[in-house]
Design a protein around this ligand. Structure first.
Ligand SMILES: Cc1cc2nc3c(=O)[nH]c(=O)nc-3n(C[C@H](O)[C@H](O)[C@H](O)COP(=O)(O)O)c2cc1C
Length: 356
């Protein structure tokens, strides 16, 4: 199967099946402590933030999703137009297919055309970086005149895909080179299994600027690939996916882990569906909240739907910040909160003794 068909499959499966969001991201175990006595005008609450040395109007990031097909081009253009208008960054999906086939480049390039000033994040996979080196990353950045590049690590997804890559040796060496040579910030992102403290330390030490956790509890690639395996009659791959259905670090726990690492900015993503959840990931230590699937659903409808989703998320975040007695994001970082249930246990087991 070609990459274009695979991309079409992914979008179709995500749009048609609510079950591709599996389990919980554990944000329900984060409780913000309300301040009942406000000294704030809600409409004056400032939610601007700095990320990768740039200022954005809200701690919101449209996660990389697509490219490579005509439908994907429309989606990228709508997302970019809305992101530019709102002053928030966005990623494109994996550019692997377009690097191999120049005819597909326009399906990514449209994002730059629709958003000449939008902060655009290029996207390549760990396996491609390993196999083709930094030159491939250059192509991806040049293609969309990107402001940053994300390298996605999707080991479990690749293993389940019948046609997936299984060779990742050399990833750290290539990523170190990439950070030294590429000239734009490098983000390493997962796609549904989260990133651990130990991995974040390694990534920081080789020069990575930010990690995007994409933790468990958001769009599940294990489930998407399980469905594709069944459609392709690959029961062996489908069974493997079932065994690893619950694999990964829930989003809330992953953010707690990686935000212990100094000198690394954190994008909290994986099942973020409203502005209150964006507030919760900020209190856990993230700088930005990354959202994918809801933006895909909005973008297939039109650019106005994307704009209103951004406005809704911003308004919900502003309300959450105000209800905690803060008038901007920096003040909000000192708001009071407690953790309960498995997230509290996770923190006690994994974090309390590990600060670095
Ligand atoms: C349809 C779709 C396609 C995606 N394609 C990519 C991709 O090409 N590269 C990548 O790094 N992440 C990709 N992702 C993962 C997202 O960037 C994000 O990390 C993940 O979906 C978690 O966010 P969510 O729970 O808000 O969907 C994709 C997600 C979706 C929904």
């Amino acid at each position: 199967m070609g990459v274009a068909e695979r991309k079409r499959d992914h979008i179709r499966i995500v749009l048609e099946n609510a079950s591709v969001q599996r389990g919980s991201n554990w944000l329900e175990y984060v409780h913000l402590i309300p301040r009942a006595v406000p000294d704030i005008n809600i409409d004056e609450v400032d939610i601007t933030v700095s990320f990768l040395g740039r200022k954005f109007s809200a701690p919101l990031l449209i996660e990389g999703m697509t490219g490579g097909t005509e439908e994907a081009a429309k989606i990228n253009a709508r997302l970019a137009e809305a992101a530019e208008k709102a002053g928030i960054p966005m990623g494109v999906g994996s550019q692997r297919a377009a690097i191999a086939n120049p005819e597909l480049r326009q399906t990514f390039r449209v994002a730059r055309e629709a958003g000449p000033n939008v902060f655009l994040i290029a996207n390549i996979g760990a396996a491609q970086l390993v196999q083709h080196g930094v030159e491939l990353a250059w192509e991806a950045v040049k293609m969309i005149d990107a402001d940053a590049i994300a390298v996605h690590v999707n080991t479990l997804q690749e293993i389940i895909q019948p046609e997936g890559d299984r060779r990742f040796r050399g990833f750290l060496t290539q990523t170190r080179r990439l950070c030294r040579e590429i000239g734009v910030p490098v983000i390493v992102k997962e796609v549904g299994c989260g990133i651990s403290y130990e991995d974040a330390v390694v990534l920081r030490d080789i020069g990575v600027s930010a990690v995007d956790v994409a933790g468990r509890g958001g769009t599940s690639w294990v489930e998407i690939e399980r469905m594709r395996a069944i459609e392709a009659g690959r029961q062996d791959r489908a069974r493997l996916a079932e065994v690893f259905q619950e694999w990964g670090i829930p989003t809330a726990a992953s953010i707690l882990e990686v935000s212990q690492v100094k000198g690394l900015e954190v994008v909290g993503s994986g099942g973020i569906r409203n502005g209150l959840e964006v507030a919760k990931i900020i209190i856990l230590g993230a700088v930005m909240g990354g959202v994918a699937m809801p933006f895909l659903k909005a973008a297939v409808q039109g650019v106005e739907e994307v704009k209103s989703l951004i406005e809704r998320l911003e308004e919900e975040l502003r309300v959450a910040v105000a209800l905690c007695g803060a008038s901007n994001i920096n003040e909000f970082r000192n708001a009071r909160y407690i953790l309960t249930g498995p997230l509290k246990e996770w923190k006690e087991e994994r974090i309390t003794s590990k600060k670095k």
